[in-house]
Design a protein around this ligand. Structure first.
Ligand code: SAM
Length: 222
């Protein structure tokens, strides 16, 4: 899976990626992540390479212009028009479709995801025509699309076979069965922490009983 992140802060991702599960996935060549500096596609004259401008009709702040984004997408030479396209161009926006575990699983089936990060007051509305879909990571507004891009990349990457170390680690995870399912409680050493003890059954070594207990302990979000 190839992730292309279009952003005005292309260097913001490295420190997180290098300390996360994404690094191992990169090393195993299961994924590739490339960040592209939107400013390189600025159509403005002068040294500032601006990619934003004031909105027509007035209003607070600046918005990202459509032309640099169009140029950046064309430079990626995407083959999105083909029906068999395994590429998805995604705008990160609080006004998008809510991102869930099901969406992460769906997107993990593509070969290439292009993640478009907004800043300031967002995008020129014509950018909508350049993307396949719009995703929101939750009902709140962040300053930029870079954190949402990382959230999407990591959640999607975890669903690519081989990225998560243990083969069955995703089987009973929260949201695995449906979006209301919550994983059972887990314990590690010590057996007794300030009077709080590990349930007896987990120390029994009886895998059938443990599995039954876990089923009873998994919960539903109310
Ligand atoms: N004016 C925009 C609006 O009202 O929808 C908000 C712009 S926000 C300050 C700047 C950028 O941050 C957005 O263009 C988007 O890329 C990103 N962003 C902020 N919150 C987000 C969220 N919940 N999900 C995805 N992207 C988000």
């Amino acid at each position: 899976m190839q992730f292309d992140i279009i952003t005005i802060f292309p260097d913001i991702f490295d420190s997180y990626i290098n300390e996360s599960i994404l690094k191992r996935a990169l090393q195993k060549k299961l994924i590739k992540i490339t960040s592209h500096d939107l400013r390189k596609f600025s159509t403005a004259k002068g040294i500032h390479k601006s990619v934003d401008d004031k909105p027509y009709g007035g209003g607070p702040g600046m918005i990202l212009m459509v032309e640099p984004i169009d140029k950046a997408l064309r430079a990626l030479k995407l083959k999105t028009k083909s029906k068999k396209s395994k590429t998805r161009v995604i705008m990160l926006t609080p006004a998008g479709q809510r991102f869930t575990q099901r969406e992460a699983e769906r997107l993990a089936k593509y070969d290439r995801l292009v993640l478009l990060c907004g800043r300031y007051e967002g995008f020129d509305a014509r950018v909508d025509e350049l993307v396949d879909e719009k995703i929101s990571i939750g009902d709140y507004v962040l300053a930029g699309g870079e954190l949402p891009a990382l959230v999407v990349a990591e959640a999607v990457a975890r669903n690519i076979p081989g990225v998560v170390g243990h083969e069955h680690a995703l089987d009973d995870e929260t949201f695995s069965h449906d979006l209301e399912y919550i994983e059972y409680p887990q314990y590690s050493r010590p057996e007794n922490f300030k009077g709080m003890t590990v349930p007896e059954v987990l120390l029994s070594g009886d895998h059938k009983k443990i599995s039954e207990w876990r089923k009873t302990q998994s919960k539903r979000i109310k």
